[in-house]
Design a protein around this ligand. Structure first.
Ligand code: FPP
Length: 239
């Protein structure tokens, strides 16, 4: 969700105003995703590297996150949306954990869509954590070195419990991944939108999904395009 800072800068307003508008876009896009019938949406809301931003910006982002979780709680639950979070959650302040943890628990059985917030998240960090866990299992004799397979690593990645990402959308005009979902990205389709995140509208999400639908996914094979990784039916957009 890139471009909050530039959105504010263009209006000669403080960066935090961009994040405030960005969190309105989050509300909008979560609703749109649910309406579209997406089964999983993962939002890169705060990277492990973002802690190094100015204190005022970090504090504002944490408060916006808490406000989002508080204000959307009922709507998420009413619409069958499971709220999850991945990343180094132990680093999050108590005010966020106090609303995040109960909502994760209370929405556990919701099954229409999973909304995952990547918080204090880093793709390399996630791979390192998974490798460390498997190394500990080898050291204790629970598994053998040859059990450290691609699947075993995959199974230790909390961000991939919803499946590998089919489509990754980056807003804000940059063409890079910035440490997001690195392991799961192997066969993801990438979509770069030039619109700044606070301006990202339902129509932009539709355009991204339509672009995804026009791609031929081969997963390293030849011939007929394969179905998405979770076998879900491809979405048909109307109107
Ligand atoms: C990157 O834009 C954006 C972030 C680091 C924060 C994203 C946070 C939100 C959209 C709002 C809060 C989140 C939720 C889930 C309610 P940037 O600041 O790097 O923009 P720039 O590249 O234009 O400076």
């Amino acid at each position: 969700m890139d471009g909050n800072g530039r959105w504010a800068q263009l209006r000669a307003r403080p960066r935090v105003e961009g994040h405030r508008e960005g969190s309105r876009a989050v509300r909008r896009i979560v609703r749109s995703a649910r309406r579209l019938g997406l089964r999983a949406l993962t939002l890169y809301a705060f990277s492990e590297q973002n802690w190094a931003r100015p204190e005022e910006e970090v504090d504002t982002l944490m408060l916006l996150l808490r406000d989002f979780l508080l204000s959307e709680r009922d709507e998420l639950l009413d619409n069958g949306i499971r709220l999850n979070a991945v990343g180094n959650l132990a680093r999050l302040p108590g005010v966020v954990r106090a609303v995040l943890d109960p909502l994760r628990r209370d929405s556990e059985s919701s099954s229409e869509m999973t909304l995952t917030l990547a918080l204090s998240y880093g793709g390399r960090e996630e791979i390192a954590t998974a490798a460390r866990e498997l190394a500990a299992d080898v050291a204790s004799g629970k598994i053998k070195p040859e059990d450290v397979t691609e699947r075993a690593l995959h199974g230790r990645m909390p961000s991939l419990r919803v499946g590998d990402p089919d489509l990754v959308i980056r807003t804000g005009g940059e063409r890079r991944i910035s440490n997001f979902l690195l392991y799961g990205l192997a066969y993801a389709e990438l979509h770069f939108a030039d619109v700044l995140w606070p301006d990202f509208a339902e129509a932009d999400l539709y355009a991204a999904v339509a672009s995804y639908q026009s791609r031929e996914r081969r997963f390293g094979l030849v011939g007929k395009p394969a179905v998405p990784s979770d076998g879900a039916p491809v979405l048909r957009l109307v109107g």
